[in-house]
Every structure is written in structure tokens, then in C-alpha cells.
Ligand binder design. Structure first.
Ligand code: UTP
Length: 295
């Protein structure tokens, strides 16, 4: 019985086309939400669930430098801050240092952006024969119990792949993967099918899949044989679909909390606003500012 998940894959090799032109030069996982980049929220969630190793799947052109720079120690900068009487700013770096010391980082390259499933497959060798978590940078959940920890508590009993699910209003479903399920317990579902971006009439339920998963070694076996989609991509959702068709158990868990999507410009702006308005230091002033400019 596996009760601990040590590794998480974070694919960041996508083109981020919905953020063009910004994403030509700037990685979307470093977009800020209030005063921290998206990736930092994901790593905090990973640490809370007991993850020890992060495997970033990145693209060759990125050379990883932005992420490496962000999490690397900066002794020179610390020295300058001390010499310029800006020691109060050292705390900002200290928190980040503490966070990155709790994790080890490995980088693997996806040579071509051939889909989220293809990106995950590139990390197979580093995962070996153990279950692991997968984070997509587009999705955050603001919840009492962090999203991955919620999935982990289900995994401890079911030992099978788990997808995070969230109920959405019907009119929003067409933008996501939507599941057909059999509900087997409170919040817990057995996945029967996944329909990608269904129309209102064809959506099999109001439960959408968000970018947080626990996968098992068997998922990698299926990823290897998943055919490319019409767009030439290996899509994780299609892998799960095939597994279910073959009678494999895949669970879906309706996670508690607010789903905050950062996948396109408007959603990122909303999510940024959400975290900024709730920020203990900046929130109160920002609320006043909003009232002022709305008059
Ligand atoms: P998305 O579906 O958000 O794709 O991928 P994207 O390329 O980032 O963005 P758009 O749709 O072009 O705007 C979900 C996650 O999978 C990664 C992305 O970086 C993101 O974290 N991904 C996607 C890869 O690593 N490689 C790929 O080939 C595709």
C-alpha cells in the first residue's frame, strides 16, 4: 500500500499561445499572482502534500534559466542588499530560499511541443515505478486543504490514478475536459469517459477536469501507446479515455475550494485580482483603489 507520493511532474514546455505576444519572451508559470509567481503557489501546494522532488519538463529554447534564476540562491544580491542598508528586503529572499530548500529540482527537455501527455512521458525515466503527482500551471485551487493533499488522501485508499474535478456552470464547460462518471461516494467518482471541450448539449455532466492529477506507472505505459490527436499532440485526457475503455479504474475527486484558472489573459487577470485583493498587505489599499476608480 503506497501512502506517500514523493515526486511531481510540472510540464512547462507548452507554447502558451493564449498569452501571445507576452509568452514569446516570458514564461507563463512566472506570471505573478499578487507578489508571487504562479509556480510558487504550485510548489507550496506540492510541499504541503509531502512532495520532495519536482521534475520540470521544459523546452530547449527556454534553457530553464528563468525558473533556475528564480529558485536559486542569490548570495551576490544578498551582499548588495546588506551593503545598501536594505536588509529588510532579505526576508523576501529568505522565504523563497526556505521553500526551495525543501525540494529538489530536476529538468527534462521536451524537444517539440507535442502535447501535455507527451511532455509527461519525457519524465518517465525519472519517475520509475512509483506513482507521482502532475501539476499544470494553468490551475490553482484556493482551499483549506491543498488540492493535491485532497487527492492524496483518496489515493491512499484507492491506489489508482485520480483526476481533480470541479463543478462548473453549464455555459463554461465547453472550454474544458468534462467527465461522464458514476458517483461512488461523497465527492468521489468512477470515471466512465472524458469529453474534450463539449458543446452544452453534449456535455456528459457539469464536472470539469482541472490540471491536478495523481498518476501511476500504468499511465506511462498507456501514454506511450496513445495515438496523436488531429493536431498531432499526445493528450493526457485521451490516455485516460483509453484506460477507462480497457476497463482500468480511474477516479475523479470533486475537490473542495475555489478553482482559479490562469490559462488565458482574462482568467489570469481575474486570478491575479483575487489573490491581490486577498493579500494581507496590499488587499485593503487595492479595494479602496478599486472603489476610487469605479466612481
Ligand atoms: P496548455 O493546454 O495550457 O497549453 O498545457 P499551453 O501550450 O501551455 O498554452 P496554450 O494553450 O498554447 O495557450 C497544459 C500544461 O502542459 C504543458 C504546458 O506548459 C502547461 O503547463 N505543455 C503543454 C507542455 O509541457 N508541452 C506541450 O507540448 C503542451
Amino acid at each position: 500500500m503506497i501512502t506517500k507520493i514523493r515526486k511531481a511532474i510540472i510540464p512547462i514546455a507548452g507554447l502558451g499561445t493564449r498569452f501571445l505576444p507576452l509568452s514569446k519572451a516570458f514564461p507563463k508559470e512566472l506570471l505573478p499572482l499578487a507578489d508571487r509567481p504562479i509556480i510558487q503557489y504550485l510548489l507550496e501546494e506540492a510541499i504541503a502534500a509531502g512532495i520532495e522532488e519536482i521534475i520540470f519538463v521544459t523546452r530547449p529554447a527556454k534553457k530553464n534559466h528563468e525558473i533556475v534564476d528564480y529558485f536559486e540562491n542569490a548570495p551576490k544580491l544578498e551582499k548588495i542588499l546588506k551593503s545598501r542598508d536594505k536588509e529588510y528586503l532579505l526576508d523576501e529572499l529568505k522565504n523563497l530560499k526556505e521553500l526551495s530548500e525543501k525540494l529538489s529540482f530536476t529538468y527534462v527537455i521536451q524537444k517539440e511541443p507535442l502535447g501535455d501527455g507527451h511532455a509527461i512521458l519525457q519524465a518517465k525515466k525519472l519517475i520509475g515505478e512509483e506513482p507521482c503527482a502532475v501539476f499544470f500551471c494553468d490551475d490553482l485551487v484556493d482551499s483549506k486543504i491543498p488540492c493535491l493533499s485532497q487527492l492524496l488522501s483518496v489515493f491512499k485508499t484507492c491506489q489508482k490514478p485520480i483526476l481533480a474535478l470541479k463543478k462548473l456552470p453549464k455555459k463554461e464547460l465547453f472550454q474544458y475536459g468534462v467527465v461522464d462518471t458514476e458517483k461512488i461516494a461523497s465527492r468521489l467518482h468512477k470515471i466512465k469517459n472524458i469529453i474534450e471541450k463539449p458543446s452544452i448539449d453534449t456535455a456528459p455532466s457539469d464536472l470539469a477536469v482541472l490540471g491536478r492529477y495523481i498518476i501511476t506507472p500504468e499511465v506511462f505505459d498507456y501514454l506511450k501507446k496513445t495515438p496523436a490527436s488531429q493536431k498531432g499532440e499526445i493528450v493526457l485526457a485521451n490516455t485516460f479515455k483509453q484506460m477507462v475503455k480497457d476497463g482500468k479504474m480511474i477516479y475523479g475527486y470533486e475537490v473542495e475550494g475555489r478553482w482559479l484558472d490562469c490559462g488565458d489573459k482574462l482568467r489570469w487577470l481575474k486570478t491575479n485580482l483575487y489573490f491581490s485583493l486577498n493579500h494581507p498587505k496590499f488587499g485593503p489599499e487595492l479595494k479602496k483603489f478599486l472603489e476610487e476608480i469605479n466612481q
